[in-house]
Ligand binder design. Sequence first.
Ligand code: SF4
Length: 951
Amino acid sequence: MQEEFKRQGSHLQSCPPLERWDDWAENDAQAWPRRLERHYRLLPTLCFSCEAGCGLLTYIDKQSGEISRVEGNPLHPGNRGRVCAKGPALLNQIRSPDRILYPLRRDGPRGSNRWRRVTWDEVLETLGSRIRTALQEGRGGEVMYHVGRPGHDGYMERVLQAWGIDGHNSHTNICSASARLGYALWQGADRPSPDYANASCILLISAHLEAGHYFNPHAQRIMEAKMAGAKLIVIDPRLSNTASMADTWLSPYPGTEAAILLAMASVLLRSGRFDAPFMRDWVNWQDYEADGFVAKGKSFDEFIAALVRHYERYTPEFAEELSGVPASAIRQTASDIAAAGGRFSSHIWRAAAAGNYGGWQTARALVLLHALTGSVGAQGGLSPNTWDKFVPQPAKVPPPQRQWNELLYPPEWPLSHHELSQLLPHFLKEGRGRLDTYFTRVFNPVWTYPDGFSWLEVLRDEDLIGLHAALTPVWSETAAFADYVLPMGLACERHDVQSQETHATRWIGFRQPVTRVFRELERAELVRFTYETNPGEVWEEDEFWTALSWRIDPDGSMGIRQWFESEAHPGTPLSVDEYYGYMFSSSVPGLPEAAAARSLSPLEYMRRFGAFELPGDVYSLNQRALVAAELEGAVACGDLLTKGGSSIGVVVKGRPVAGYDTPSRKLELYSPTLCDWEWPEMALPEYVPSHVGPEALAATAYDGGTDEHPWPAGTPRVVWPPHATGEVMALVPIYRLPTLIHTRNDNAKWLFEISHRNPLLMSAPDAARLGLATGDLVRVHTEIGWYVIALWVTEGLRPGVVACSHHLGRWRRERDEPLERWASSVVEVSQPAPGQWALRVKEGARPWASSDPDSSRIWWTDTGVHQNLTFPVHPDPVSGMQCWHQLVKVQRALVGDHYGDVFVDTAAAHQVYQRWKGLCRPAPGPGGLRRPIWFARVARPVPEAYVMPHS
Ligand code: SF4
């Protein structure tokens, strides 16, 4: 830490020195010109806005006991004291006059927006007895927990497995499932960990520097590399802030990114500029079978010749024809990548992977460049995330559940990387099941998901969802249709342990309720529950789930209570201090020693520093020699080492080593898994025509395809409603704004003052051709409806494409409803006919009187347009990912159209779902399995549950 301050130089410091965190004195700026000294205790926590888990430092006024400021924690290895705008804006959220402070129960029909304050005791008793009955009646599959932002590693899986249910649903299939599948097929681990800081060439597909995954920790390291001379290349149809910082910006037509990457791979292969020794040792080339060539029994050189032949068709000219990116730029980028060799780093997360049908193949095409350059696991390259992440373990872990819930992992999508969460309303409508008790937690599908009105239809239906409890720190469009709204803590009001692969190291961070810790340390108060020190009765999930588990199984006879019972004080609930105290003392290498060196317990260390960086190597872990204990009982099958039917390592150059987490322990260029599960044509990284790609665009312009412009084979077809007219264009709807994260920044007034509009971006040539100008209202038609939005004409977008950020367009139905009044408009929601929904803005943002004087100073009225409502579900038949991009028809707004109008036909939405489902190749797979055993699964059940009944 002292080195950090020394590095910052002289007496000017960006943060008070650690020695003074217990009593930091500074003058009160508000009292100026008087000199009024105030004293603070500084306590760390973690940001809860995006997934980066940056360290924050809270300043707690010793006199009032309240948080007066939030800054970055300089001791956190990931962000090193730096934060984006969302970190300090936590202060707005803490103090928001629109906060939910007490548990509420609806006091009228669902969605009536009438609420009554209740006690936590009533909440626990109602939910506990309901879940107990469901479990006792064998209806565990009707209890579901659906999470938006987890913020912790494994906590809820433990709770649900203690209950014995398969009930974990996530948001991953509208977020990252596609990229995850691409990475997992190559390396086992489903995320990349780029070592940007040491890279000499960085390729970003989308806006990772500006607003992407691990935004701040990544951004600062990308800039460090750039300042050290690294080349930054960005592939994005839109000139994002990231692209504006790049040395090279390639602006492709959406959906063609894989063709560009494969053309680069082909250039490397044909020119011989690839790392042959790495490929020979670490790629599963002996499994390769394509174009009549079978590698088994052949030489590596023969394999390479076959590989060159296979990718020969992906010429830069072929990619240029599809994407519009010049072949010369593709060749130059390939050359830059080849020159970087092992120091080639990259990322793709949402963007092309999340936007397109077959987007997971774009991630695979990107990793092919890493295999060719030998940069997988190298310094300055790209590692599996599991090498740069550490998940500590609690004292007691329940056994895996014996159930398989087909509402989560249905048979049609056996290779989906996560739960088919976006399809839940359609599954319920189809009669695949019902939910007795449904928890949503930091989750707002009515607004964040596609097809929000289908969500609204099932959320209102008490036959389909018996009870809905929304655990949330903020109001949301979804919470408005719950039975219980349960206020949960913000980043400084809860406990979580989180680790993320922000760079080439391993760290854990500790989120903590700082006001509680302050009162325990500063005032020696005995606090039983975190809600006693949070605002109102805002609770935290850790204590809530423990208390609820006790209510489900009050006498321990169901075998549930044991997992939530104190070891130190049998017969009493497990406390957060005991839970985390054990975890930090027993399962984090190096932490007990680091704590002892400062005369602290491991828990005290984490409460004081907020993060810990683990010792150990993080590069080339595939070459880690297996130790004797690992080899004991292992069976050799060729070079592969197996134990109990699972591969544990591989012999390379005569050494038994760990390899990668794939069945072959090699990087799987050729995927036997895809062949076994009926997708043989996808066994290699390939270009898959997107549902919005140039082929589909040409076909749809001719009303669904002609002989001259056929619909691309296997690609889901767009069927337009009769009223849809206008220019057919590809809509890129998923880019982030650097200042907002979905619903989680509710009530952050500073952020919404900066960002409150999401106009439709259109290129200047397109606008000129269509006679449109900035500010003009346009109608954007999708397959299931339309929205009306204002235009923003720009030079920073590929012609033929329109773009709109998904971060704005929040709404509430009544003028005084406390739903994010800084950022939401009052709307009227109506149903012109069964299955038809209309939303019209009645009033934009406006000043209002509250305890915060700033609420009377709102100067903006526009809060954006909610485009997601008009998007149908597009579940990729392999990854299960929502393919977010849309082919749309854009026309000048019609007479009577108002800014923000939305119209949706949910019957049409269900038909689109059926069309996409029809492309699936369902389970069972080999051995009658529902899903490959080696694939990751959240809250993994027992192996027997993987076997389909009657198979
Ligand atoms: S929003 Fe993300 S990048 Fe910004 S401070 Fe929080 S964790 Fe860090």
